[in-house]
Design a protein around this ligand. Structure first.
Ligand code: FRU
Length: 323
């Protein structure tokens, strides 16, 4: 059922309801549009592992040329991914890892480093030993596990961090509830596992009147209202760690694989700590990139329009000559 002249890439995205994921999908699509030989199909599994497994199986059935997956979790998904890989289709994992090494390449930032960087940053901002909260989703995705591991490794060795309080609510709504139950005396900092969670932490702190004393660090560092960079500029967050989505890079990697190139198994994307010192610069640089991206998209649209006009004229000519 796939177009055989094209490089068919199937992408299974695990989550749909946040803008970090939208950015990933969008940058992937823009990069794919730059390559006329690429046909990209994006399917979303809405936090449903069974659905994601079915999507991967469908890509195998359709014999796509390359599968890209951002896996929801790291265990249940394994047989489907191993099956795809064993069937000879190259598999690229993006953002999240799995408990198997049967895949072609991984692309993403190092979440262990994110945890360590955050702990070092928080420890460097205090002179007396403090208590810190790690506020994390209750899931078994590799970013969650690695961020926590890295953070605790450094915290254990730091004389400035005397305790890590782990808060892991079952549902999104429970973050505020859990935070409400904490006595913030001596709690100096919060490591929120993404900027959305950081925003909830700030709201609770604000309501309690302690927002000015609490140092909140988030992850993702997106542009836009209420996103990480803006919250740093508004002084709601002490910092955020830019966690690149890798959307464009995934397509570039897929093309290298499709061209028969041997690619590294691990393809690491850089992280950047954004705080008061560089938030403004980052904002303007990222805005520039975003505008350039929009220009490219407009140009692609214009070219497609030209092609449509040209083929219409050609058809017209053919008709004229027939008579
Ligand atoms: C978005 C997200 C990000 C986080 C990433 C980890 O769905 O939760 O906030 O950094 O996924 O996989």
């Amino acid at each position: 059922s796939e177009d055989t002249d094209k490089i068919n890439i199937g992408f299974s995205q695990c989550i749909s309801d946040d803008i970090w994921r939208e950015e990933m999908n969008h940058s992937m699509q823009v990069e794919a549009d730059l390559h006329p030989e690429v046909d990209l199909e994006i399917v979303i599994s809405n936090r449903n592992v069974k659905k994601q497994i079915a999507q991967i199986n469908k890509f195998v059935y359709d014999k796509v040329d390359i599968i890209i997956i951002s896996p929801l979790e790291s265990i249940e998904i394994v047989p489907a991914i191993e099956n795809a890989y064993d069937s000879g289709i190259p598999v690229i994992l993006i953002d999240r890892k799995i408990n198997s090494d049967k895949y072609t390449a991984f692309l993403g930032a190092d979440n262990l480093s994110i945890g360590r960087l955050t702990a070092n940053y928080i420890a460097s901002k205090t002179v007396k030993p403090i208590r810190v909260i790690e506020l994390m989703p209750d899931d078994f995705s590799s970013p969650t596990l690695d961020r926590s591991l890295g953070f605790n490794q450094v915290a254990e060795r730091s004389k400035n961090i005397k305790e890590v309080i782990t808060l892991k609510p079952y549902t999104d709504g429970a973050y505020a509830q859990l935070l409400d139950s904490v006595s913030f005396e001596e709690v100096n900092s919060v490591f929120a596992f993404n900027d959305l969670i950081a925003k909830w932490a700030w709201s609770v702190a604000d309501r309690k009147g302690i927002a000015n004393n609490l140092k909140i660090v988030g992850v993702d560092g997106l542009l836009g209202p209420d996103q990480g960079i803006e919250m740093v500029l508004e002084n709601k967050l002490k910092a955020t760690i830019l966690y690149p989505t890798g959307g464009a890079e995934a397509i570039k990697l897929a093309l290298r694989i499709a061209n028969g190139e041997q690619v590294p198994k691990n393809n690491e994307l850089d992280i950047v700590l954004i705080d008061q010192l560089n938030a403004d610069i980052m904002k303007h640089q990222l805005l520039k990139i975003k505008n350039q991206q929009a220009d490219i998209e407009n140009q692609i649209d214009a070219i497609e329009e030209q092609e449509r006009l040209y083929s219409n004229q050609n058809n017209l000519l053919k008709i004229t000559f027939c008579f």
